[in-house]
Design a protein around this ligand. Sequence first.
Ligand code: MLC
Length: 517
Amino acid sequence: MTDPTDHNVFSALRASFPADLDRWAVETDQGLVYTWRDLDRASAMLANLLASLKLPAGARVAVQVDKSVEALALYLATLRAGLVFLPLNTAYQKAEIEYFIGDAEPAVVVCTGANFGWVSKIAFRAGTQAVFTLNDDRTGSLLERAAHHSDRHTPAVARADDLAAILYTSGTTGRSKGAMLTHGNLLSNARTLRDHWGWQADDVLVHALPIFHVHGLFVAVHAALLNGSPMLWMAKFDPATALRWFARATVFMGVPTLYVRLLAEPGLTPAAVQAMRLFISGSAPLLLETFQTWQARTGHTILERYGMSETLMLTSNPYRADARHGGQSERRGGTVGFPLPGVELRVVDEHDQPVAPGAIGGLQVRGPNVFQGYWRMPDPTREAFTADGWFRTGDVGQQDGRGYVTLVGRSKDLIISGGYNLYPAEVEGCLNELPGVAESAVVGVPHPDLGEVGVALVVPRPGARPDPAALLAALQTRLARYKLPRRCLLVDDLPRNTMGKVQKNLLRAAYRDSFTA
Ligand code: MLC
């Protein structure tokens, strides 16, 4: 008998597993095949291991490991045990990990064997109870310990507003903020996407994204598992493997860079994607050119959608005719489609007042998908919401008379590189601490592969002449690689307006052809 008040995401996914648990659930690019029973048993053993630690409710399990099916099982186990999952990008460096662990105070940390030395030091200093290792070749202390536990486990009952995950988002001011997502947030969004994108009994997903962010972990994994659909599982995106798998799959989700790299494959033909039902893009703007070239090359129209860590998925182009929007069925390139069912969206002026249809303004949203606030940050949480509960996305856009939403810019200073968000303030803060640097500005410029990359303009201290290459090298030990500027140039000064604010628009214009000339 299922408990109607139970919103545990794991239990909902588990209830969708096929009746025949011996069918395949995941096949990896290493040739490993996992059944639904394997996923159930592995997550049960890991959940029993976590339960044996007798952790208090709300305890965090922080995980920085390479992508593997065991890492997926650990995510499922954390939900299953009623604990809070905290995924960390494998690119994060020591200073970043130190901040996340210090801020989140996880009870359990799981890292790779290679990083155990320094990660465990940081973790134990922050009061972490247990540090386990998990490698992408099924070794490590986590699995060794879990092997001693039963492969049967009764999932914890979770209320809709119980915390399920904390996702750190880079902060506009440089400090990352932990977005708190509940079981209710995750489950409502997963159900919406399963229904809205027409998941079918025979669907197979090509899973090519990392599982430490919303796109790969929630959007992709939840939609597939909630539909009982198997996944072809790539540890690291490889266009040739993806192409090969398209013959056996029906759904693909990618950031625009993956589509750009696939388009560079001569084998991408209508015949190669004949079995496919749906291509979905998100996490970064899909250039109209990519959208159109994909259509011409494959006959498929990419469905672009829009979301963020704080809100999960917000809008989507139509999968089929959308009765809410006059029967519109067109996937319009350059737009992110309509607000998803259950999501309220409005475009407002600087006084939070709705603007006329078609006018440009700030995007605000409400719905069961919207997060509960930033972990231990009451002030940023308060500022993120209006008095009547609308979340300020920080994105600028418009909604036309038919309901299509188009993003036209950002009120926040953000660069999206290969689908990863990075805030110039964090990079500038690190640069400004380096010897010989008086001040710096980082701006995003177009890049043919990654969409956008950072260019750093550095003003030297009087008499100093720092070597740009050495500055970039110094950043490498402090920042994840994807945050590093792709170019660093010395300049005499930075352009400022009368208020003394750096005019980044001028810098962006001056350097916009750095990679695309
Ligand atoms: C890797 N590099 C990047 C980068 N990824 N640099 C900038 N931006 C990135 N995104 C660096 C590498 O460290 C390496 O540095 C160099 O670029 C070349 O590496 P590569 O081998 O070409 O890159 P690769 O490893 O193939 O990675 C590219 C990628 C990856 C696109 C496959 O970045 C990726 O999987 N992106 C997906 C991100 C994602 O899932 N975002 C979802 C966020 S959720 P060097 O110095 O060693 O040469 C979200 C919400 C929502 O935004 O709505 O979905």
